[in-house]
Design a binder for this molecule. Structure first.
Ligand code: GLA
Length: 748
């Protein structure tokens, strides 16, 4: 049966039921005219009357809405757009300051409309449909007459999978100026609190580690006030039933398609109901809505699965790969690249770059990326940002000349930019000192000696666009790495009036999106990779413009196990920039085998971040083999169905795998952090295979899918602790790749 989204309006009860094969979302217009929610979860049958799901009880201390009734308190009701100051004391989703100083709102249901597919969000990244049957969108209109404000809540339910996108648009329809002080994108009230909360948190070079804890009465909240989504917390959380595992059980993931300040929180009240809120961080946010003005919130996406964490992740992977990422590179395997950053840092000449590129070409690398240091007076991190013209001393014939030489070697050429930044030692700053975000008369904190350009200003974005477009239009550039290496401080725009300073953070990110949109439109075949000191802006907002992101500045394979494992909860393999780097590793000084470095990097976009000229002949032979392997298997590795099998957060072994859509092929990555003596026998239970297919692997073994999934792939390492004369010693940081191929039934 064809999957389809249904949106039913039961007029008599004023009830809406959105559903597909997987989920149901039921709402009703409440007796007081607000919009309430009755159910969200696994699909249930539609029927005429769901109003009995509105639970009311007389509770002595409750504040009540109707003069004659003691049961109708908003405190007990699941609300779609809760407001400040009502009989609901939980955190509101919206807060509007009105001219009389009041913040009370009464958003009354006014009507609804249904659209096939999914409308675009002006100026903001969002998931999309290519064909109107892929989703339906319910738009519910609410109106507060006294304040003169209308709210439209957008609910898009995709036809396939439990995927729901939600956002809100506000409009000032009155005569007075309004101040929007809180405008969350998503609110969901759940009837119980029996969940574990998972978040992806960390810091620079250890981003997106999985942290979990049970929900408890009170508030759990994550967010960013740094101006970018941040290394510290990713705009993503999971609520899972305590019994749910990677492979089974009820799981909900919530992801915000936004790259700026955000907040996601869960609030458990005294009666163990849970309110989830997600959106722009309300601190220091205040948007002035003049009569006639609109404000569109970013979009939040919920993925609901009864197939455990892997089931939820696969929903996000599919959606973000196919209906968030766009353009030429969306469905294409990614070029194998070499990046000169860890090979040279700022210390390079054109000749040195060509040597690195030449050796890489010999090994089969397809794209050479020139990182930081090619422009203006950029010989260290003290100068040059903002001046996007080639440094003539280093590159006598500019980017144009270097790109031609790289192309002549038979490779593509890529280039690093940090568009949003400026050093004080730059011509741009000397000409426009007021173009940075800085509060008049206050300290100007720096990060890595650089300052943040005021991207809330059109002329600033225009200037950077003109500079970048000149380089990209003139030279053969096939790839851009777009970096962002500091957080915002003393946020203030020189051109906005005092009452609009609360808009700067959001206007800044809209400026970033605008520049991305213009560059990706003008240069549609350039592959953009986003970056923010590694993974400081690894979020769905960026994936709309750049289908891949540099996952972390930590390139050590063992550190990357945790980082890539955590990242995979929400983001697809094709989005994770992952490179083989030198040993001792530059971040943690660790020595890992060359094959383990590649075995981790295969589950990503794959590339090298070292000078291959410094490797031995034996290592070069291994690198050539790695590149051949990646070219042969990258379509499956980057676009296959990904399963996490063993978590690096739980034990000494990590494992994950990808399976082809037809289940004829699979690749398993197995990694053991420390070697053991007198070790256990070990097996890894695989997932997603066809039970009755016989698979043979490249280690000479064959087994049926059911055997591999129920009994497991045997990973026991007989060499651990003992070194057979014909084998290399097995070390710490060992790993293996297993390539599984279905044996043709005729051969069985
Ligand atoms: C950031 C990036 C690195 C590199 C440097 C260059 O830290 O994450 O990969 O590009 O900037 O300055």
């Amino acid at each position: 049966m064809k999957s389809e989204t249904k949106i039913i309006y039961h007029e008599e009860q004023n009830v809406f039921h959105l559903y597909n094969e997987e989920v149901s979302y039921i709402m009703m217009v409440l007796p007081d005219g607000e919009l309430g929610q009755l159910y969200f979860g696994q699909r249930i049958h539609d029927k005429e009357d769901f109003s009995y799901l509105l639970e009311l009880a007389p509770r002595p201390m409750s504040s009540c809405v109707f003069p004659e009734a003691k049961t109708f308190s908003l405190e007990q009701i699941k609300l779609e757009l809760p407001t400040y100051g009502s009989s609901d004391y939980r955190t509101p989703a919206v807060d509007i300051l009105q001219p009389d100083g009041s913040r009370i709102l009464d958003l009354q249901y006014e009507g609804y409309r249904i659209e096939r597919g999914k409308p675009k969000l002006a100026g903001l990244p969002a998931t999309y449909t290519e064909n109107p049957d892929e989703a339906k969108t319910l738009i519910i209109e609410l109106h507060d007459q006294k304040a003169g404000v209308k709210a439209e809540i957008f609910y898009t339910l995709f036809a396939v999978g439990g995927l729901l996108a939600k956002s809100v648009r506000y409009r000032n329809v009155g005569q007075d100026t309004l101040r929007l002080q809180r405008a969350m994108s998503f609110c969901l009230d759940l009837p119980d609190a029996d969940y574990d909360w998972l978040q992806l948190s960390g810091a620079w070079a250890r981003e997106r580690h999985v942290k979990s804890r049970p929900l408890e009465m009170g508030i759990i909240s994550i967010g960013s006030r740094r101006g970018h989504s941040s290394h510290e917390h990713n705009p993503f959380v999971v609520l899972k039933r305590p019994s749910a595992t990677e492979q089974q059980g009820e799981v909900m993931g919530l992801s915000l398609v936004y790259s700026g300040n955000f907040q996601i929180q869960a609030e458990v009240d005294a009666h163990h109901t849970t309110r989830i809120l997600a959106g722009i961080h309300p601190e220091n946010f205040c948007w002035v809505l003049e009569p006639g003005d609109d404000f569109q919130t970013p979009e939040a996406v919920m993925a609901y699965s009864t197939g455990g964490l892997n089931g939820m992740s696969q929903l996000f992977h599919g959606l973000y790969q196919k209906r968030l990422a766009r353009g030429y590179w969306r469905d294409r395997v990614r070029p194998i690249l070499i990046n000169n950053w860890e090979a040279t840092y700022f210390d390079f000449t054109e000749q040195k770059l060509l040597q690195i590129a030449g050796k890489a070409k010999e090994c089969g690398v397809e794209l050479f990326v020139l990182d930081d240091g090619w422009f203006g007076a950029r010989c260290s991190d003290h100068a040059g940002l903002g001046d996007w013209t080639p440094n003539q001393q280093r590159l006598p014939e500019g980017i144009h000349g270097l790109a031609e030489r790289i192309e002549a070697l038979g490779m593509k050429f890529g280039l690093w930019f940090e568009p949003e930044m400026v050093n004080m030692d730059s011509d741009l700053y000397r000409t426009h000192p007021d173009w940075i975000l800085a509060t008049p008369g206050r300290r100007q904190s720096h990060g890595r000696f650089q300052y943040v350009l005021d991207f809330s200003r059109q002329e600033v974005v225009d200037n950077i666009y003109t500079q970048m477009a000149a380089i990209l239009g003139d030279a053969k550039v096939s790839y851009v790495k777009w970096d962002m290496n500091r957080s915002i401080t003393e946020c203030y725009s020189a051109v906005l009036p005092p009452e609009r300073q609360g808009e700067v953070f959001h206007r800044y990110i809209l400026g970033v999106y605008d520049l991305y949109e213009r560059l990706t439109t003008r240069f549609p075949e350039i592959l953009f990779e986003s970056c923010s000191s590694g993974g400081g802006r690894f979020d769905p907002g960026m994936l709309y413009y750049a289908p891949q992101a540099w996952t972390s500045d930590d390139s050590d394979a063992i550190e990357r196990l945790k980082i890539q494992y955590g990242t995979s909860l929400c983001y697809p393999v094709s989005s994770m920039g992952s490179h083989v780097s030198v040993i001792p590793n530059h971040q943690v000084n660790r020595n890992t085998p060359l094959h383990t470095r590649a075995n981790v990097a295969y589950f990503g976009t794959f590339g090298y971040e070292l000078d291959l000229n410094k490797l031995s002949a034996e290592e070069i032979a291994e690198v050539k083999q790695q590149i051949r392997f990646m070219k042969e298997h990258r379509a499956l590795l980057q676009f296959g169905t990904f399963y996490r099998l063993c978590s690096p957060f739980e034990g000494n072994e990590t494992a994950w795998m990808v399976v082809s859509p037809d289940k004829q092929q699979a690749i398993v990555g197995w990694y053991r952090t420390l070697n053991q003596v007198n070790a256990d026998f070990t097996r890894v239970k695989l997932c997603g295979l066809q039970p009755d297919i016989l698979y043979k692997n490249d280690h000479g073994e064959s087994a049926y899918g059911d055997e591999l999934m129920n009994l497991g792939l045997i990973t026991t390492d007989v060499t651990a602790g003992e070194i057979p004369s014909d084998k290399k010693p097995c070390t710490d940081f060992e790993s293996r790749i297993y390539v599984l191929e279905a044996v043709d039934s005729a051969q069985q």
